[in-house]
Design a protein. Structure first.
Length: 201
């Protein structure tokens, strides 16, 4: 890392800006993308192209801040709404690493996951950083883990204030009615993240 970004050393040494995507792991991801661009013929990307890509990349549901839409509209001034598809242990570790850097305000979560995943393993990673959690049954998905089971897994993971909610909107509204400003992270299965993006559009 450098003061303003990071230095890639491949066929050439290139100074690139800090990735716009949130999370320290995005430096590794950006470096890997640059390495691939060197190996695949025909790209012809200049350092300026690479810098623009790192600076302007978008990756929905990966620590994505939601600033518009019906869910964002439920938040009081000063609150933040983040969407992340931390659907496995690796994704949960990345989310936990990011949450550990966000000490300026309390963090609450809305969580929904498929029954094919292990919610306890995932929630144990993020539990130390969460104040409250509201669990959702992912609507319209036959593999959705029921909200009551998700809430129990959250309590087993160490989140004392964990309960089921009837919908994402109800969960966000309930959490936003508490003491703030705070940060709400909507997380879990990628199916859940896709549903949230669709409903919030």
């Amino acid at each position: 890392e450098t003061a303003s970004g990071f230095r890639y050393r491949g066929r050439a040494t290139i100074d690139l800006p800090r990735p716009v995507l949130a999370g320290r792991h995005q430096i590794d991801n950006a470096g890997l993308a640059v390495a691939v661009s060197e190996l695949v013929p025909g790209f012809g990307l200049t350092p300026a192209h690479l810098a623009a890509g790192v600076r302007n990349a978008e990756w929905p549901a990966r620590l994505q801040r939601l600033t518009r839409g019906p869910l964002a509209a439920l938040l009081p001034a000063g609150w933040e709404l983040i969407l992340d598809g931390c659907h496995n242990e690796g994704g949960a570790a990345v989310l936990a690493d990011w949450l550990a850097t966000k000490t300026d305000r309390p963090i609450d979560a809305v969580f929904g996951i498929l029954s094919t995943k292990d919610p306890l393993t995932i929630l144990r990673k993020v539990a130390p950083h969460l104040r409250r959690l509201r669990a959702i049954t992912i609507p319209g998905d036959r593999l959705a883990l029921p909200a009551a089971a998700v809430a129990q897994a959250a309590r087993d993971a160490g989140i004392e204030d964990a309960a089921a909610a009837p919908s994402v909107e109800a969960a966000v509204a309930e959490l936003a009615a508490g003491a703030g400003p705070a940060r709400i992270v909507v997380a879990g299965s990628l199916h859940f993240a896709g549903y949230v993006l669709r409903e919030n559009s």
